[in-house]
Design a protein around this ligand. Structure first.
Ligand code: CP
Ligand code: NVA
Length: 301
């Protein structure tokens, strides 16, 4: 039994296989072929934070694979009324085949996984968002081929997405330039463990120079709403614009996990630029997570 709490839970070989499988499953789906290896299998989806893409991609993905998904909100489950995570994990995993969790503390999903009899998927914590990276790596592969040896620029907050980009740099073997304002660096242990692949900078222009992929995220993540104004001031010089992309490699592409705030972390017109691939990236959440579900649930097949 395997969990997917961070990108490090799969080997580089498994991750590369998964990306190729996601591309295949996408083609199969586009051809209208029915493929239902998860018939009678049920995914539980625990959401303690909002979601559009993650919820819809997991739910649609399970339906397309022949299975079923149950949306579990803390508002109407006992988890939200204080039932211990350990007990919830033991109970839910006796009824479900796989559980997906979006929550605040990363420790919560580690605890859940420790008490679960079925695979647990991290659908975003304060620390990591590995499912998004599967979609991002698939999107890069589709548009530009292998990301190995390329340069990626992360502009903005050293947040959960940035942390998953650091893990991706290690697993997919690319170089990551991070430009974050002082005080918003990614976790020091991740920088220390990945010194050979990650360079921390203060100047976004320097970070994007020669980059093959430029990416960013909101300045205030879910749970940081009250810091929004202060962050907007401190991140002012970190907006990604068309002019900034002009400093990158000739064939650069731009990604954003979405939702995006036009006029803040990206210029008003950036998503309309031909170098932006954000809609493909969003769609690929569906295909990449179908590949993940198949990997976690059909390993013996
Ligand atoms: N990118 C992403 O995870 O989007 P949602 O918050 O809409 O799920
Ligand atoms: N960093 C963002 C990502 C949203 C998909 C957040 O955690 O809110």
């Amino acid at each position: 039994m395997r969990h997917f709490l961070t990108l490090l839970d799969l080997s580089p070989e498994e991750l590369n296989w998964l990306i190729q499988r996601a591309i295949e499953l996408k083609q199969l789906h586009k051809r209208g072929e029915v493929y239902e290896p998860l018939k009678n299998r049920v995914l539980g989806m625990v959401f303690e934070k909002s979601s559009t893409r993650t919820r819809v991609s997991f739910e649609a993905g399970m339906a397309q694979l022949g299975g079923h998904a149950i949306f579990l909100s803390p508002r109407d489950t006992q988890l939200g009324r204080g039932e211990p995570v350990e007990d919830s994990a033991r109970v839910l995993s006796r009824m479900l085949d796989v559980v997906m969790i979006r929550t605040f503390d990363h420790e919560m999903i580690e605890t859940f996984a420790a008490y679960s009899q079925v695979p647990v998927i991290n659908a975003l914590t304060d620390d990591f968002h590995p499912c998004q990276l599967l979609a991002d790596m698939q999107t890069f592969a589709e548009h530009r081929g292998s990301i190995q040896g390329k340069t990626v620029a992360w502009i903005g907050d050293g947040n959960n997405m940035c942390h998953s980009y650091i893990n991706a740099a290690r697993q997919f073997d690319f170089h990551l330039n991070i430009a974050a304002p002082e005080g918003f660096d990614p976790a020091q242990f991740l920088l220390d463990e990945n010194k050979d692949r990650v360079t921390l900078m203060r100047d976004p222009k320097e970070a994007v120079a020669g980059a093959h992929l430029v990416t960013t995220d909101v300045w205030a993540s879910m749970g940081q709403e009250e810091e929004q104004e202060e962050r907007a001031r401190k991140f002012r010089d970190f907006q990604v614009s068309r002019e900034m992309l002009d400093l990158a490699a000739e064939d650069v592409i731009f990604m954003h996990c979405l939702p995006a705030h036009r006029g803040e972390e990206i210029s008003e017109d950036l998503l309309d630029d031909p170098r932006s691939v954000v809609w493909d990236e969003a769609e690929n959440r569906l295909h990449a997570q179908k590949a993940l579900l198949e990997f976690l649930l059909c390993q013996e097949d």
